[in-house]
Design a protein around this ligand. Structure first.
Ligand SMILES: *Cc1c(COP(=O)(O)O)cnc(C)c1O
Length: 458
C-alpha cells in the first residue's frame, strides 16, 4: 500500500453509468407540473430536452451504457487519479488514511464536463444545433462550451451580470471554446426585458439567467436547454467518478469508512457517492457518507422537505427536495457553485432516509482547510471543494483523538485557479463569515405553505 497516486488505464474507463433509482428502498417522488399538480409527462419536457435524456431521467435500468463517442472524449482526461494525501495526514498527525478522487484534471478544471460532454452528445444526435444555458461564476458555462465545441454545437451562455463583470476569466474560457456569452439580464428574451424594464441596473441572478436560457430554448426549434446539476440524468453521468474510485480502492485493497463530498446542486457528491451507497444499501459496505454544504446556504441541514420550484422564476416543474425556498437568495460567499436554494431530489431522499449525513460549515474554516491542503498536497482547491476538505480534516482529527485508523475518501471536485481573488481576501483576513440568514429563509419558506407535500411522507 505504498502508492501515492492510484491510476487506471484507459481500458478501465467505465462502460456504463450507475443508476441509483432501481436500487433505492422506495421509488423517487415524481416531479409535478405546477399548474395541474400532476406528475410531469415526458412529452412536456420535449421542447427543451432530447428524448434520450428524458428517458434517462426516469429510467429503471440499473446500468446505462456510455456511448463510445462520449467515452472517447472522457479519455482526454479520464480515468482521473485517486491520490493518497500523505503529506496532509502527516501535517495532521492522524492515523487515518486520507484519499481524494481528483476531478480537477479535466480541461475546464472540475467534474462538470462529465455531464456536459454526455448532454452535448445526445443533443447533437437528436439533431439539435445549439444549447442554451445559464452560469453563475462560470464553471458550468465553461464546461458546456468545451463540450459543445467538441461535438460541433453552438453554445449560448447567459451569465449572471455581476459575475460577468467581476469574474472575467471563466468568460475567457467560454470564448476560447467558442461560446457566445451574454450578461444576464439581456434584451434578447422576454424574461430579461421584463426585469430590465423594472430595473435597468439589475445585476442579475441565477434565477433570471435560468429563465432566459429556458425561454431561448423553448422559443427556438433548433435549440435545447442544458442543466449542470440537480436532475437525475446529470447525477447519472457523474457516476463515472465513484465507479472509478471503487476500482482504485479495490486495487490497493482499501475499504472506505467515510465518504465525503461538497454539495451545491448535488451532482459531484452523488456521482462520487452513489455507487458506494448502492453497496451500502445491499449490505456489501459499511460506511458513513457525509454531504457538506455552506452554513450560509444550509439546504440539507436547515431546509424543509417539500415540493418547490427548481429555479427562482418558477418556470421549472416542482421537485420534492430539501429547500430554503425558491425566492431565497444566499449571501455572496466565494463558493458560488454551492449557492443553490434546493438540492438534487435523489440526494435529498437519501438524506431523508438517513443514509447520507449532511453537515454545514462557514467559509473561513473551509479556506483554512484549503490552505493547509494547498501547502501540503500542492493543489489549490476550488472554494466549493474546500468544504469537502474541511470535513475530511475534521474526521481525520477525530481519528487522531480516538486512535482509529479509518479510511477517509473525498471527492476533489475542482481546482481554484480562477478563484485567486477569494484566496487573496482570505489571506488578507477580509473574508466574512455570514450569519445563518434565519429571517430571510423563514420568509422564503412561508411562500411554500400551499405547495403539495409528498403524500406518503417518507
Ligand atoms: C459546480 C461545482 C460544485 C457544485 O455543484 P454540484 O452539482 O453540487 O457538484 C462543486 N465543486 C465545483 C468545483 C464546482 O464547479
Amino acid at each position: 500500500m505504498a502508492e501515492n497516486k492510484i491510476t487506471l488505464s484507459e481500458k478501465e474507463l467505465p462502460e456504463a453509468w450507475y443508476n441509483i433509482i432501481p436500487r433505492l428502498p422506495s421509488p423517487p417522488a415524481p416531479p409535478l407540473n405546477p399548474r395541474t399538480g400532476e406528475p410531469v409527462k415526458p412529452e412536456e419536457l420535449a421542447p427543451i430536452f432530447p428524448q434520450s435524456l428524458i428517458e434517462q431521467e426516469m429510467s429503471p435500468e440499473p446500468w446505462i451504457e456510455i456511448p463510445e463517442e462520449v467515452r472517447k472524449v472522457y479519455r482526454l482526461w479520464r480515468p482521473t487519479p485517486l491520490h493518497r494525501a500523505r503529506n496532509l495526514e502527516k501535517a495532521l498527525k492522524t492515523p487515518a488514511r486520507i484519499y481524494f478522487k481528483n476531478e480537477s484534471v479535466s480541461p475546464p478544471g472540475s467534474h462538470k464536463p462529465n455531464t456536459a460532454v454526455a448532454q452535448a452528445y445526445y443533443n447533437k444526435k437528436a439533431g439539435i444545433k445549439r444549447l442554451a444555458t445559464e452560469t453563475g461564476a462560470g464553471q458550468w458555462g465553461s464546461a458546456l462550451a468545451f463540450a459543445c465545441k467538441l461535438f460541433g454545437l453552438e453554445c449560448t451562455v447567459y451569465m449572471v451580470k455581476v459575475s460577468f463583470e467581476q469574474k472575467p476569466f471563466r468568460k475567457s474560457l467560454m470564448h476560447i471554446w467558442g461560446a457566445e456569452v451574454f450578461p444576464s439580464p439581456t434584451e434578447r428574451t422576454e424574461a430579461g426585458r421584463r426585469i430590465l424594464a423594472q430595473n435597468p441596473n439589475s445585476r442579475g441572478s441565477l434565477g433570471i439567467a435560468i429563465s432566459e436560457a429556458v425561454e431561448d430554448a423553448a422559443t427556438h426549434q433548433d435549440t435545447n436547454y442544458s442543466l449542470g446539476s440537480v436532475l437525475n440524468h446529470v447525477l447519472l453521468h457523474q457516476t463515472v467518478i465513484g465507479l472509478e474510485a471503487q476500482k482504485q480502492l479495490a486495487l490497493i485493497e482499501e475499504k472506505p469508512d467515510i465518504l465525503i463530498g461538497c454539495v451545491g446542486g448535488g451532482s459531484n457528491f452523488a456521482g462520487f457517492a452513489f455507487p458506494f451507497i448502492g453497496d451500502i444499501l445491499q449490505g456489501k459496505l459499511e460506511a458513513e457518507v457525509i454531504a457538506v454544504e455552506p452554513a450560509s446556504c444550509p439546504t440539507l441541514t436547515k431546509g424543509i422537505y417539500t415540493y418547490d420550484f427548481g429555479d427562482t422564476a418558477g418556470l421549472t416543474p416542482l421537485l420534492l427536495m430539501h429547500t430554503l425556498g425558491h425566492s431565497f437568495e444566499p449571501p455572496a460567499i466565494h463558493a458560488g457553485g454551492l449557492r443553490y436554494h434546493g438540492d438534487a431530489p435523489l440526494v435529498c431522499q437519501l438524506v431523508k432516509e438517513g443514509i447520507i449525513k449532511p453537515r454545514a460549515y462557514p467559509q473561513n474554516p473551509c479556506f483554512e482547510a484549503a490552505l493547509l491542503f494547498a501547502r501540503t498536497e500542492g493543489i489549490i482547491p476550488a472554494p466549493e471543494t474546500s468544504h469537502a476538505i474541511r470535513a475530511a480534516i475534521d474526521e481525520a482529527l477525530k481519528c487522531k483523538e480516538s486512535g482509529e485508523e479509518k479510511v477517509i475518501v473525498f471527492n476533489f471536485s475542482g481546482h481554484g485557479h480562477f478563484d485567486l481573488a477569494a484566496y487573496d481576501s482570505y489571506l488578507a483576513g477580509e473574508l466574512e463569515d455570514y450569519e445563518y440568514p434565519e429571517e430571510k429563509i423563514k420568509e422564503a419558506l412561508e411562500e411554500l405553505k400551499h405547495f403539495p407535500k409528498f403524500p406518503t411522507g417518507i
